[in-house]
Design a binder for this molecule. Sequence first.
Ligand code: NAP
Ligand code: ZN
Length: 356
Amino acid sequence: MASVRAFSAPSAKDALSAASIERREVGPADVEIEIQYCGVCHSDLHTARNEWEVWPTVYPCVPGHEIVGRVSKTGNGVRAFKEGDLAAVGCMVDSCGECPNCKESLEQFCDVGSTVFTYNSPDPHGTAPVTYGGYSEKIVVDERFVLRVPENLDPASAAPLLCAGITLYSPLRHWEAGAGKKVGIVGLGGLGHMGVKFSHALGAETVLFTRSASKAEDGKRLGADGVVLSKNEDEMQAHARSFDLIVSTVAASHNLDPYISLLKRDGTLVLVGAPEHPHPAPTVFNMLLGRRSLAGSLIGGIAETQEMLDFCAERGIASDIELIPVQKINEAYSRMLDGDVKYRFVLDMKSLKQEG
Ligand code: NAP
Ligand code: ZN
Protein backbone atom coordinates (compact mmCIF):
# COMPACT_ATOMS: atom_id res chain seq x y z
CA MET A 1 0.00 0.00 0.00
CA ALA A 2 1.09 3.58 -0.56
CA SER A 3 0.22 6.70 1.43
CA VAL A 4 -1.02 9.65 -0.60
CA ARG A 5 -2.10 13.17 0.29
CA ALA A 6 -5.81 13.92 0.35
CA PHE A 7 -8.47 16.30 1.66
CA SER A 8 -11.10 14.70 3.86
CA ALA A 9 -14.07 15.47 6.08
CA PRO A 10 -13.39 14.10 9.59
CA SER A 11 -17.10 14.31 10.52
CA ALA A 12 -20.39 15.78 9.26
CA LYS A 13 -19.79 19.01 11.15
CA ASP A 14 -16.06 19.57 10.54
CA ALA A 15 -14.54 21.45 7.63
CA LEU A 16 -12.52 19.40 5.16
CA SER A 17 -8.78 19.41 5.84
CA ALA A 18 -5.51 17.81 4.74
CA ALA A 19 -5.11 14.11 5.49
CA SER A 20 -3.15 11.06 4.42
CA ILE A 21 -4.88 7.98 2.96
CA GLU A 22 -3.75 4.60 1.65
CA ARG A 23 -4.02 3.43 -1.95
CA ARG A 24 -3.69 -0.26 -2.82
CA GLU A 25 -0.75 -1.67 -4.77
CA VAL A 26 -1.38 -1.70 -8.53
CA GLY A 27 -2.80 -5.16 -9.33
CA PRO A 28 -2.62 -6.87 -12.77
CA ALA A 29 -5.85 -5.25 -14.00
CA ASP A 30 -5.31 -1.87 -12.30
CA VAL A 31 -4.47 1.59 -13.57
CA GLU A 32 -2.89 4.18 -11.26
CA ILE A 33 -3.75 7.78 -12.11
CA GLU A 34 -1.96 10.86 -10.89
CA ILE A 35 -4.92 13.19 -10.41
CA GLN A 36 -4.64 16.63 -12.03
CA TYR A 37 -8.18 17.91 -11.66
CA CYS A 38 -11.27 16.95 -9.68
CA GLY A 39 -14.69 18.58 -10.11
CA VAL A 40 -16.79 19.51 -7.08
CA CYS A 41 -20.26 17.94 -7.27
CA HIS A 42 -23.16 18.81 -4.98
CA SER A 43 -23.18 15.08 -4.10
CA ASP A 44 -19.73 15.62 -2.51
CA LEU A 45 -21.32 18.17 -0.19
CA HIS A 46 -24.39 15.98 0.57
CA THR A 47 -22.02 13.11 1.45
CA ALA A 48 -19.41 15.12 3.40
CA ARG A 49 -22.28 16.44 5.56
CA ASN A 50 -24.07 13.08 5.86
CA GLU A 51 -27.29 14.45 4.32
CA TRP A 52 -28.55 11.22 2.71
CA GLU A 53 -30.37 8.99 5.18
CA VAL A 54 -30.37 6.12 2.66
CA TRP A 55 -26.60 6.26 2.29
CA PRO A 56 -24.95 7.18 5.60
CA THR A 57 -21.43 8.57 5.44
CA VAL A 58 -18.47 6.69 6.93
CA TYR A 59 -15.72 9.03 8.19
CA PRO A 60 -13.17 10.11 7.32
CA CYS A 61 -14.78 10.88 3.96
CA VAL A 62 -12.75 11.79 0.86
CA PRO A 63 -15.22 12.98 -1.79
CA GLY A 64 -14.60 13.57 -5.49
CA HIS A 65 -15.90 11.67 -8.53
CA GLU A 66 -15.02 13.92 -11.45
CA ILE A 67 -11.40 12.84 -11.81
CA VAL A 68 -8.97 13.56 -14.66
CA GLY A 69 -5.24 12.88 -14.66
CA ARG A 70 -2.32 11.07 -16.26
CA VAL A 71 -1.77 7.34 -16.00
CA SER A 72 1.29 6.86 -13.78
CA LYS A 73 1.42 3.05 -13.61
CA THR A 74 -0.42 0.06 -15.11
CA GLY A 75 -0.77 -3.58 -14.06
CA ASN A 76 0.84 -6.19 -16.32
CA GLY A 77 -2.56 -7.33 -17.65
CA VAL A 78 -3.68 -3.85 -18.70
CA ARG A 79 -3.88 -3.37 -22.47
CA ALA A 80 -6.10 -0.30 -22.97
CA PHE A 81 -3.94 2.24 -21.07
CA LYS A 82 -0.26 3.09 -20.83
CA GLU A 83 1.79 5.47 -18.73
CA GLY A 84 1.21 9.09 -19.72
CA ASP A 85 -2.32 8.61 -21.13
CA LEU A 86 -4.95 11.21 -20.21
CA ALA A 87 -7.52 9.22 -18.28
CA ALA A 88 -10.58 9.76 -16.12
CA VAL A 89 -12.64 8.15 -13.38
CA GLY A 90 -16.26 9.01 -12.69
CA CYS A 91 -18.73 7.92 -10.04
CA MET A 92 -18.01 4.17 -10.03
CA VAL A 93 -14.89 2.05 -9.62
CA ASP A 94 -16.28 -1.51 -9.75
CA SER A 95 -19.37 -3.73 -10.08
CA CYS A 96 -20.13 -7.46 -10.34
CA GLY A 97 -19.65 -7.52 -14.12
CA GLU A 98 -21.88 -10.61 -14.45
CA CYS A 99 -25.51 -9.56 -13.94
CA PRO A 100 -27.74 -8.48 -16.85
CA ASN A 101 -27.36 -4.77 -16.06
CA CYS A 102 -23.55 -4.96 -15.80
CA LYS A 103 -23.45 -6.97 -19.05
CA GLU A 104 -25.36 -4.11 -20.71
CA SER A 105 -22.81 -1.64 -19.27
CA LEU A 106 -25.36 -0.23 -16.87
CA GLU A 107 -23.01 -0.84 -13.96
CA GLN A 108 -24.69 1.86 -11.86
CA PHE A 109 -27.72 -0.45 -11.62
CA CYS A 110 -25.81 -3.68 -10.77
CA ASP A 111 -28.55 -6.22 -9.96
CA VAL A 112 -26.72 -7.77 -7.04
CA GLY A 113 -26.02 -4.39 -5.50
CA SER A 114 -22.28 -4.63 -6.13
CA THR A 115 -21.79 -1.20 -7.67
CA VAL A 116 -18.76 0.25 -5.90
CA PHE A 117 -19.04 4.02 -5.98
CA THR A 118 -15.87 6.09 -6.08
CA TYR A 119 -16.29 7.25 -2.49
CA ASN A 120 -18.25 6.12 0.57
CA SER A 121 -18.83 2.57 -0.73
CA PRO A 122 -17.55 -0.45 1.21
CA ASP A 123 -14.07 -1.08 -0.25
CA PRO A 124 -13.94 -4.62 -1.71
CA HIS A 125 -10.13 -4.52 -1.58
CA GLY A 126 -10.17 -3.73 2.14
CA THR A 127 -7.64 -0.91 1.73
CA ALA A 128 -9.91 1.18 3.98
CA PRO A 129 -13.44 0.71 5.33
CA VAL A 130 -14.84 2.69 2.38
CA THR A 131 -13.60 3.92 -0.97
CA TYR A 132 -11.88 7.31 -1.12
CA GLY A 133 -12.47 9.71 -4.01
CA GLY A 134 -10.64 12.24 -6.09
CA TYR A 135 -9.73 14.96 -3.56
CA SER A 136 -6.39 13.15 -3.48
CA GLU A 137 -3.06 12.81 -5.27
CA LYS A 138 -3.56 9.40 -6.84
CA ILE A 139 -6.20 6.75 -7.35
CA VAL A 140 -5.91 3.05 -8.31
CA VAL A 141 -8.84 1.70 -10.34
CA ASP A 142 -9.66 -1.45 -12.32
CA GLU A 143 -9.14 -0.60 -16.00
CA ARG A 144 -12.77 -1.50 -16.81
CA PHE A 145 -13.80 1.64 -14.90
CA VAL A 146 -11.20 4.00 -16.39
CA LEU A 147 -12.26 6.30 -19.23
CA ARG A 148 -10.20 7.64 -22.12
CA VAL A 149 -10.12 11.45 -22.32
CA PRO A 150 -9.69 12.66 -25.90
CA GLU A 151 -6.55 14.84 -26.03
CA ASN A 152 -8.39 17.76 -27.63
CA LEU A 153 -10.48 18.25 -24.47
CA ASP A 154 -9.10 20.67 -21.88
CA PRO A 155 -8.51 18.34 -18.90
CA ALA A 156 -9.76 20.79 -16.24
CA SER A 157 -13.04 21.60 -17.97
CA ALA A 158 -13.47 17.93 -18.96
CA ALA A 159 -13.43 16.79 -15.31
CA PRO A 160 -17.09 17.74 -14.59
CA LEU A 161 -18.21 15.66 -17.58
CA LEU A 162 -17.51 12.56 -15.48
CA CYS A 163 -20.55 13.19 -13.26
CA ALA A 164 -22.42 16.38 -14.20
CA GLY A 165 -21.99 15.58 -17.90
CA ILE A 166 -23.05 11.95 -17.94
CA THR A 167 -25.90 12.53 -15.46
CA LEU A 168 -27.60 14.79 -17.99
CA TYR A 169 -26.42 13.13 -21.21
CA SER A 170 -27.85 9.77 -20.15
CA PRO A 171 -31.51 10.80 -19.54
CA LEU A 172 -31.48 13.12 -22.56
CA ARG A 173 -30.45 10.16 -24.75
CA HIS A 174 -32.73 7.66 -23.01
CA TRP A 175 -35.83 9.87 -23.42
CA GLU A 176 -34.70 10.82 -26.93
CA ALA A 177 -34.12 14.54 -26.70
CA GLY A 178 -33.53 15.79 -30.23
CA ALA A 179 -34.97 17.72 -33.16
CA GLY A 180 -38.73 18.22 -32.85
CA LYS A 181 -38.71 17.74 -29.07
CA LYS A 182 -39.19 20.42 -26.41
CA VAL A 183 -36.95 19.87 -23.38
CA GLY A 184 -36.82 21.72 -20.06
CA ILE A 185 -33.83 21.78 -17.71
CA VAL A 186 -34.55 22.88 -14.12
CA GLY A 187 -31.72 24.59 -12.20
CA LEU A 188 -28.60 26.18 -13.66
CA GLY A 189 -25.84 24.64 -11.56
CA GLY A 190 -23.17 22.06 -12.38
CA LEU A 191 -25.62 19.48 -13.74
CA GLY A 192 -28.08 21.97 -15.22
CA HIS A 193 -25.57 23.88 -17.33
CA MET A 194 -24.44 20.59 -18.90
CA GLY A 195 -28.11 19.73 -19.51
CA VAL A 196 -28.66 22.99 -21.41
CA LYS A 197 -25.53 22.39 -23.52
CA PHE A 198 -26.39 18.77 -24.35
CA SER A 199 -30.08 19.37 -25.06
CA HIS A 200 -29.13 22.19 -27.44
CA ALA A 201 -26.38 20.08 -29.08
CA LEU A 202 -28.85 17.23 -29.61
CA GLY A 203 -31.14 19.63 -31.49
CA ALA A 204 -34.03 19.93 -29.02
CA GLU A 205 -35.86 23.17 -28.34
CA THR A 206 -34.39 23.89 -24.90
CA VAL A 207 -35.90 25.90 -22.06
CA LEU A 208 -34.06 26.65 -18.82
CA PHE A 209 -36.01 27.03 -15.56
CA THR A 210 -34.17 29.00 -12.89
CA ARG A 211 -34.91 30.83 -9.63
CA SER A 212 -32.17 33.31 -10.43
CA ALA A 213 -32.96 36.19 -12.81
CA SER A 214 -29.23 36.90 -12.94
CA LYS A 215 -28.64 33.57 -14.74
CA ALA A 216 -31.04 34.26 -17.65
CA GLU A 217 -28.43 35.70 -19.98
CA ASP A 218 -25.98 32.86 -19.29
CA GLY A 219 -28.75 30.34 -19.93
CA LYS A 220 -29.10 31.69 -23.46
CA ARG A 221 -25.35 31.83 -24.00
CA LEU A 222 -25.13 28.17 -23.00
CA GLY A 223 -27.76 27.19 -25.57
CA ALA A 224 -31.24 27.73 -24.11
CA ASP A 225 -33.86 28.96 -26.61
CA GLY A 226 -35.90 30.33 -23.71
CA VAL A 227 -35.45 31.03 -20.00
CA VAL A 228 -38.31 30.88 -17.48
CA LEU A 229 -38.13 32.35 -14.00
CA SER A 230 -39.69 29.53 -12.03
CA LYS A 231 -41.09 31.89 -9.38
CA ASN A 232 -43.13 33.75 -12.01
CA GLU A 233 -46.46 31.94 -12.46
CA ASP A 234 -47.38 33.74 -15.68
CA GLU A 235 -44.07 32.78 -17.29
CA MET A 236 -44.62 29.17 -16.17
CA GLN A 237 -48.22 29.07 -17.44
CA ALA A 238 -47.17 30.29 -20.87
CA HIS A 239 -45.56 26.83 -21.34
CA ALA A 240 -48.49 24.72 -20.02
CA ARG A 241 -48.87 21.26 -21.62
CA SER A 242 -46.00 21.79 -24.03
CA PHE A 243 -42.93 19.77 -22.93
CA ASP A 244 -41.90 16.29 -24.06
CA LEU A 245 -39.30 16.06 -21.32
CA ILE A 246 -38.22 18.05 -18.27
CA VAL A 247 -35.11 17.12 -16.26
CA SER A 248 -34.89 18.55 -12.73
CA THR A 249 -31.42 18.97 -11.25
CA VAL A 250 -32.65 20.86 -8.17
CA ALA A 251 -30.64 19.92 -5.08
CA ALA A 252 -33.47 20.72 -2.61
CA SER A 253 -36.97 19.46 -1.87
CA HIS A 254 -39.54 21.30 -4.01
CA ASN A 255 -43.09 21.08 -5.36
CA LEU A 256 -43.12 19.02 -8.58
CA ASP A 257 -46.69 19.92 -9.66
CA PRO A 258 -45.82 23.18 -11.44
CA TYR A 259 -43.43 21.22 -13.70
CA ILE A 260 -45.74 18.23 -14.26
CA SER A 261 -48.40 20.71 -15.47
CA LEU A 262 -46.03 21.82 -18.20
CA LEU A 263 -45.74 18.31 -19.71
CA LYS A 264 -47.73 17.51 -22.83
CA ARG A 265 -49.54 14.16 -23.20
CA ASP A 266 -47.10 11.31 -22.45
CA GLY A 267 -44.42 13.76 -21.33
CA THR A 268 -41.92 12.82 -18.63
CA LEU A 269 -40.44 14.67 -15.68
CA VAL A 270 -37.08 13.08 -14.82
CA LEU A 271 -35.55 13.70 -11.39
CA VAL A 272 -31.77 13.70 -11.18
CA GLY A 273 -31.37 16.10 -8.23
CA ALA A 274 -30.97 14.12 -5.00
CA PRO A 275 -32.13 16.37 -2.14
CA GLU A 276 -31.67 15.68 1.55
CA HIS A 277 -35.47 15.72 2.16
CA PRO A 278 -38.10 14.13 -0.15
CA HIS A 279 -40.24 16.19 -2.52
CA PRO A 280 -43.93 16.49 -1.54
CA ALA A 281 -45.92 13.78 -3.42
CA PRO A 282 -47.26 15.15 -6.71
CA THR A 283 -51.01 15.56 -7.26
CA VAL A 284 -52.32 12.29 -8.72
CA PHE A 285 -54.85 13.87 -11.10
CA ASN A 286 -52.13 16.02 -12.61
CA MET A 287 -50.44 12.77 -13.71
CA LEU A 288 -53.62 10.98 -14.86
CA LEU A 289 -54.69 13.86 -17.06
CA GLY A 290 -52.23 13.52 -19.89
CA ARG A 291 -50.78 10.09 -19.04
CA ARG A 292 -47.71 11.87 -17.69
CA SER A 293 -44.70 10.08 -16.20
CA LEU A 294 -42.43 10.84 -13.29
CA ALA A 295 -39.03 9.13 -13.51
CA GLY A 296 -35.52 9.13 -12.08
CA SER A 297 -32.08 8.63 -13.56
CA LEU A 298 -28.68 7.84 -12.03
CA ILE A 299 -25.40 8.91 -13.68
CA GLY A 300 -24.76 6.60 -16.70
CA GLY A 301 -22.90 3.38 -17.48
CA ILE A 302 -19.22 3.19 -18.42
CA ALA A 303 -19.83 2.65 -22.15
CA GLU A 304 -22.24 5.59 -22.29
CA THR A 305 -19.78 7.76 -20.31
CA GLN A 306 -17.11 7.04 -22.95
CA GLU A 307 -19.65 7.80 -25.70
CA MET A 308 -20.42 11.13 -23.98
CA LEU A 309 -16.71 12.06 -23.70
CA ASP A 310 -16.21 11.29 -27.39
CA PHE A 311 -19.35 13.29 -28.28
CA CYS A 312 -17.96 16.25 -26.28
CA ALA A 313 -14.60 16.02 -28.05
CA GLU A 314 -16.33 15.94 -31.45
CA ARG A 315 -18.70 18.82 -30.69
CA GLY A 316 -16.33 20.98 -28.60
CA ILE A 317 -18.43 20.68 -25.44
CA ALA A 318 -17.01 21.02 -21.92
CA SER A 319 -17.98 22.46 -18.58
CA ASP A 320 -17.77 26.16 -17.61
CA ILE A 321 -15.48 26.05 -14.60
CA GLU A 322 -13.88 28.04 -11.81
CA LEU A 323 -10.49 26.50 -11.00
CA ILE A 324 -9.61 26.65 -7.30
CA PRO A 325 -6.93 25.22 -5.01
CA VAL A 326 -8.07 22.37 -2.77
CA GLN A 327 -7.61 24.62 0.28
CA LYS A 328 -10.69 26.60 -0.90
CA ILE A 329 -13.01 23.59 -0.81
CA ASN A 330 -14.98 24.67 2.28
CA GLU A 331 -15.62 28.11 0.82
CA ALA A 332 -16.63 26.43 -2.45
CA TYR A 333 -19.26 24.35 -0.62
CA SER A 334 -20.77 27.52 0.93
CA ARG A 335 -20.81 29.26 -2.42
CA MET A 336 -22.40 26.21 -4.07
CA LEU A 337 -25.23 26.35 -1.50
CA ASP A 338 -25.71 30.04 -2.37
CA GLY A 339 -25.90 29.17 -6.09
CA ASP A 340 -22.75 31.27 -6.54
CA VAL A 341 -20.76 29.19 -9.04
CA LYS A 342 -20.40 29.48 -12.80
CA TYR A 343 -20.95 26.62 -13.14
CA ARG A 344 -18.64 24.04 -11.62
CA PHE A 345 -15.76 24.35 -9.20
CA VAL A 346 -12.78 22.24 -10.22
CA LEU A 347 -9.92 21.53 -7.79
CA ASP A 348 -6.44 22.01 -9.19
CA MET A 349 -4.73 19.10 -7.48
CA LYS A 350 -1.28 20.64 -7.86
CA SER A 351 -2.29 22.60 -4.75
CA LEU A 352 -2.25 19.38 -2.67
CA LYS A 353 1.54 19.29 -2.97
CA GLN A 354 1.69 22.32 -0.64
CA GLU A 355 0.28 20.11 2.13
CA GLY A 356 2.85 18.41 4.38
P1 NAP B 1 -25.58 22.71 -7.94
O1 NAP B 1 -24.43 23.08 -8.79
O2 NAP B 1 -25.66 23.22 -6.55
O3 NAP B 1 -26.90 23.09 -8.75
C1 NAP B 1 -28.19 22.90 -8.26
C2 NAP B 1 -29.10 23.98 -8.83
O4 NAP B 1 -30.42 23.74 -8.37
C3 NAP B 1 -28.76 25.39 -8.33
O5 NAP B 1 -27.78 26.02 -9.10
C4 NAP B 1 -30.09 26.10 -8.44
O6 NAP B 1 -30.29 26.56 -9.77
C5 NAP B 1 -31.09 24.98 -8.16
N1 NAP B 1 -31.52 25.01 -6.74
C6 NAP B 1 -30.75 24.81 -5.66
N2 NAP B 1 -31.48 24.92 -4.53
C7 NAP B 1 -32.73 25.18 -4.91
C8 NAP B 1 -33.94 25.40 -4.22
N3 NAP B 1 -33.99 25.40 -2.87
N4 NAP B 1 -35.05 25.63 -4.94
C9 NAP B 1 -34.98 25.67 -6.29
N5 NAP B 1 -33.86 25.48 -6.99
C10 NAP B 1 -32.75 25.24 -6.32
O7 NAP B 1 -25.67 21.11 -7.78
P2 NAP B 1 -25.28 19.96 -8.85
O8 NAP B 1 -23.89 19.51 -8.58
O9 NAP B 1 -25.71 20.37 -10.19
O10 NAP B 1 -26.21 18.76 -8.31
C11 NAP B 1 -27.62 18.89 -8.29
C12 NAP B 1 -28.25 17.73 -7.57
O11 NAP B 1 -28.08 16.54 -8.35
C13 NAP B 1 -27.65 17.40 -6.21
O12 NAP B 1 -28.71 17.02 -5.33
C14 NAP B 1 -26.74 16.23 -6.48
O13 NAP B 1 -26.51 15.41 -5.35
C15 NAP B 1 -27.55 15.50 -7.52
N6 NAP B 1 -26.81 14.58 -8.38
C16 NAP B 1 -27.49 13.52 -8.87
C17 NAP B 1 -26.88 12.63 -9.74
C18 NAP B 1 -27.64 11.48 -10.32
O14 NAP B 1 -27.00 10.58 -10.84
N7 NAP B 1 -28.94 11.47 -10.27
C19 NAP B 1 -25.55 12.85 -10.11
C20 NAP B 1 -24.90 13.96 -9.60
C21 NAP B 1 -25.54 14.83 -8.75
P3 NAP B 1 -30.98 27.99 -10.09
O15 NAP B 1 -30.25 29.03 -9.27
O16 NAP B 1 -30.76 28.14 -11.55
O17 NAP B 1 -32.41 27.87 -9.74
ZN1 ZN C 1 -21.59 14.01 -8.85
